[in-house]
Design a protein around this ligand. Structure first.
Ligand SMILES: [Zn+2]
Length: 417
């Protein structure tokens, strides 16, 4: 079984088993970051299936690959350093691993999908040598200008071999929020094993599938995210490449993520922590060790759609005006799947000037500056990036002046007065 065979349609991208079990089918959807301009509204718009499968063999939850990653990730609009929360998260991570694994000026840290150097810059501050690997040339250039050396490449076995041949091996490999976006998982994880020094450590962060199911976060599914992992499945994938996961932490990012710690199987200096057994037990209790544990999700998602539409229909019948807040990727999955267009949401607002004046993909809801909420005084504001709901409710406290209320659509429709 070669890696490229696992990229064949209808096969699990880890184990190659045929994919026959539906996890959830969200219908046809446009790419979530493909905001439309006014001129584009009268043109054809590409939609792709958002049909998620669960592998009956290894329980990897996954989408088929419809759009080549080269198209999505080579000119990426997302710069991590725009978010203060992310920077704080990155800095505390760097402090933590530097201390725990005794990294020093003689160590070498590599980040995969290093974006604009938002994380590696904190190692540079400590005098620890680094290398970023990032496929999007425009964000990589931003990293280099911060003093973070960056290689513009997709990572895999070949890139790892080239680096090792060049005398470069890592004491620390960090890969945050990239594993889900890797089309060829075996090539990526296999590359990490090659690049790692015998006593080195790999840390990987990804949204936790158990949280996605528990909290009904179906709107975090989009075409750019090919895979959704439980800890157990991640452990299996790493084991297949000679890597042992020796610790795991639950962290709050993206509605609930895992940070896993890996080492080479032959490195006996790092015993497996009890956190590993504890989390696996929790997942097993939740049913993730068995196919049945995955199959009830689809019905929960349908019921959420019915409830949300019920609420919106009722509100519109009462003559209420509803605006959206935010234009995040997750909002687009929700709105397209539920069929919510300007018949329900008059407009949405976003603080990012790049999105203002454009339209949401598929639903063509116009995106304005947040100022419009004050002018239009809608009865309801639906919060699309629900993971920031507290922050947004605080920012928009003034809608209470005219009796405005907030709607949070996930995990189920909730109204905040
Ligand atoms: Zn599989």
């Amino acid at each position: 079984m070669t890696q490229s065979q696992n990229r064949k349609k209808g096969k699990c991208r880890f184990c190659g088993n045929s994919l026959t079990q539906t996890f959830v089918d969200l219908g046809m959807s446009p790419l979530c970051e493909s905001y439309r301009s006014l001129e584009q509204l009268n043109q054809m718009e590409p939609f792709f299936p958002l049909h998620v499968y669960v592998c009956g063999e290894c329980f990897l939850v996954q989408l088929e690959e419809f759009v080549p990653p080269e198209e999505i990730f080579t000119e990426y609009a997302y710069f991590s350093s725009y978010s203060d929360t992310w920077l704080a998260h990155a800095k505390s991570y760097v402090d933590l691993v530097t201390k725990r694994f005794g990294l020093s000026t003689g160590s070498f840290a590599i980040e995969l999908a290093s974006n604009d150097g938002y994380l590696l810059q904190y190692f540079v501050d400590k005098g620890i040598p680094v290398l970023g690997i990032e496929p999007a040339a425009n964000v990589a250039a931003a990293a280099v200008s911060k003093g973070v050396p960056t290689l513009v490449k997709f990572f895999g076995v070949q890139t790892a071999k080239d680096l090792v041949a060049n005398g470069q091996r890592a004491d620390l490999i960090a890969a945050n929020n990239v594993l889900a976006q890797v089309p060829d998982l075996n090539d990526f994880v296999g590359g990490m094993r090659i690049l790692l020094n015998p006593g080195g450590v790999i840390t990987v962060e990804f949204p936790h599938l158990m949280k996605l199911i528990q909290e009904n976060q179906f709107d975090t599914i989009y075409h750019e995210h090919f895979s959704y992992f439980s800890f157990q499945t991640a452990e299996r994938i790493f084991a297949a490449h000679g890597l042992v996961l020796f610790d795991v932490e639950e962290i709050p990012t993206h509605g609930g993520s895992l940070r896993i710690y890996g080492r080479r199987a032959d490195d006996v200096t790092k015993p497996v922590c009890e956190t590993v057994a504890r989390l696996k037990e929790q997942e097993t209790e939740y049913g993730l060790g068995h196919l049945d544990g995955y199959l009830s999700f689809a019905e929960n998602v349908k019921e959420t759609k019915r409830k949300l539409l019920e609420f919106l229909i009722q509100a519109k019948r009462e003559g209420k005006r509803i605006a959206g807040y935010g234009a995040p990727g997750k909002g687009n999955t929700l709105l397209n799947y539920c069929g919510i267009r300007t018949d329900f949401l008059d407009f949405t607002v976003d603080r990012n000037p790049y999105k203002q004046g454009k339209f949401l993909p598929g639903t063509h809801i116009p995106i304005h500056s947040p100022e419009l909420i004050r002018q239009e005084r809608p009865d309801y504001v639906m919060i699309l990036p629900w993971n920031f709901r507290e922050e947004i409710v605080r920012q928009l406290y003034y809608i209470r002046e005219w009796g405005g209320k907030f709607i949070v659509p996930i995990p189920e429709v909730t109204v905040i007065p």
